[in-house]
Write a protein that binds this ligand. Sequence first.
Ligand SMILES: *Cc1c(COP(=O)(O)O)cnc(C)c1O
Length: 429
Amino acid sequence: MKYQRSSVLFKEAQRYIPGGVNSPVRAFKAVGGTPVFVKEAKGAYLYDEDGNTLIDYISSWGPLILGHAYEPVIEAVIDKARKGTSFGMPTEIETELAKLAVSMVPNIDKIRFVNSGTEACMSAIRLARGFTGKDKIIKFAGCYHGHADAFLIQAGSGAVTFGSPNSPGVTEGTAKDTLLATYNDLDSVDALLKANKGDIAAVIIEPVAGNMGCIIPEDSFIHGLRERCTSENILLVFDEVMTGFRLGAGGAQEVLGIKADLVTFGKVIGGGLPVGAFAARKEIMDHLAPDGPVYQAGTLSGNPLAMSAGLAMLKALDKQPEVFQSLEKKTRYLHEGLKKVLTDHGIPHQINRFGSMISVHFTKEPVTDFESAAKGNNETFKKYFHGMLDQGIYLPPSAFESYFLNDALSYEDIDKTIEALQTIAPELK
Ligand SMILES: *Cc1c(COP(=O)(O)O)cnc(C)c1O
């Protein structure tokens, strides 16, 4: 594959945009090389600026669960755009999308739309603090909840210590209210609960993690969290920005059989346009302005184009719930194919999969949390990523990201993907 034009475009972009990108992972820092500039996409395929066709495994990092340029979404957006793109006044379609989302997701009565997953998580935490009258939150190392200050915190020396900022610009004052626990480790949570009794407003978690590769919650862990939150009067926040409307119509709450107190959304709920949302039962949501004292607002929130894309997407999923099984089957097929090739070539690996989320880790030990994910061999990952790209397969350009399958992918595409790995496997040793 040639990347001449991408290379030129990247150089030009770097002159005017920091790092040449508007979100860091796109810059290929973790894998090296030139980011692929995409020209257009349809179904399962990306068409780049150099004329290459790539089979896409990121689906815009999740939103495009039914494939690129999905016709009902495109039609809905075009139709809406002709009638005006923003009003700053209420529109009926906001209620339509809210009503449909509330009907699909268990345990929520009301939903507020924002413009990104970051905003959704940031606002959910403010609401949890306002509702409980407490300040501190617990998050898990390796879970990503967007780039708001409260979430850009890294683990201190021990699980009971406060986190410290992991980005300049995040203050110590903010960091002291974010406590870091270890995914799949209830003891780490118990230690924090004990040391901060009565001070914790919320525990926020990716119910199936996708930002340190795909990591599956152990049953006892996720149920244990629910019990502890209930008994300590702490709100359990499921960040379903990735899992919502992907693992099933009702997201991880439904699939895991656990009720969260607050749920955040993004990605699929916007059908590829910038939408985030947070939702809860009525008594919690009624604390939000204008009904309640917790402030939250947005000039473009509930934007008609974004709502029309989200509505077309959720309607499509609501009408064909079998799509989630279809995706899971395709993902399992991919899993088995990749596993066989890597095993046949004696390449140490772990493949984690849940529904249509999957990740490959080049390590011998099971990957269950951030620390074990970080043990993956990044040199092998780089070769894997670039080798697959050369074969026309676009994977996430970081070992810490989950793949997101879309239902436009055919078994033939997946076979091609497995063959691609077969071709490059000898180089991965
Ligand atoms: C993508 C993501 C976010 C952030 O959403 P943005 O729309 O990028 O701000 C938050 N939480 C999770 C779990 C995500 O995967």
